[in-house]
Design a binder for this molecule. Structure first.
Ligand SMILES: C[S@@+](CC[C@H](N)C(=O)[O-])C[C@H]1O[C@@H](n2cnc3c(N)ncnc32)[C@H](O)[C@@H]1O
Length: 176
């Protein structure tokens, strides 16, 4: 049985313009739908995908078993607030529909920003995609996310909007 790929995931993967040797990190990968599409573009590159839900990571590993076995994809149970990749750096970090910022107390927010910066390669990009169910939220989210990133020394490279099925998506692309 083939699973329909959600339009937001298709859009995210196209927007990321994956190069064969990219080293990507996905935060909040769910069942790994984006990872499977991205892996098709990789040759020599790699994607690490995290989710704080053990159940999601178990499903993602099962669905992408062949990619995991050849070492192209690594799924890890981890929270963005505590993730630690040692010396590993990524040239593209992204998340789709993950609330990284808006309900977090200041201390947790600082933790998230610190973790993102610590594993983003110099010159690398952070791309945050959102498809809010309520169309009126799109601009609010765009403004809030760009505000938080700019306040923490990220430079906003682009803010893209996209019509998606019944919603309006936004992608904020930033670098340090
Ligand atoms: C709305 S789902 C989106 C899943 C997938 N990215 C998609 O667009 O279909 C959000 C996912 O992010 C994960 N998540 C939420 N907060 C997280 C955090 N702080 N660290 C890691 N994963 C998180 C959840 O467990 C969930 O699987």
């Amino acid at each position: 049985m083939t699973t329909k790929i959600p339009a937001r995931i298709q859009w995210a993967v196209e927007t990321l313009a994956v190069a064969p040797d990219d080293h990507l990190l996905e935060i909040g990968c769910g069942t790994g739908v984006a990872v499977a599409l991205i892996a098709e573009h990789l040759s020599g590159g790699k994607i690490v995908a995290i989710d704080r839900s053990e159940k999601m990571i178990a499903q993602a590993r099962k669905k992408n078993q062949a990619l995991v076995e050849v070492g192209q994809v690594d799924f890890q149970v981890a929270d963005v607030e505590t993730m630690d990749f040692g010396e590993m750096r990524f040239n593209k970090i992204f998340a789709v529909n993950v609330n990284l910022f808006w309900t977090k107390p200041a201390a947790e927010l600082q933790g998230v920003i610190k973790r993102l910066k610590s594993c983003l390669q110099t010159g690398g990009s952070l791309s945050l995609f959102y498809e809010p169910p309520d169309i009126s939220q799109t601009q609010i989210i765009a403004d809030m996310v760009t505000g938080v990133l700019a306040a923490h020394d990220f430079t906003i490279r682009e803010v893209l909007y996209q019509g998606l099925e019944s919603a309006r998506g936004v992608c904020i692309i930033a670098h340090v």
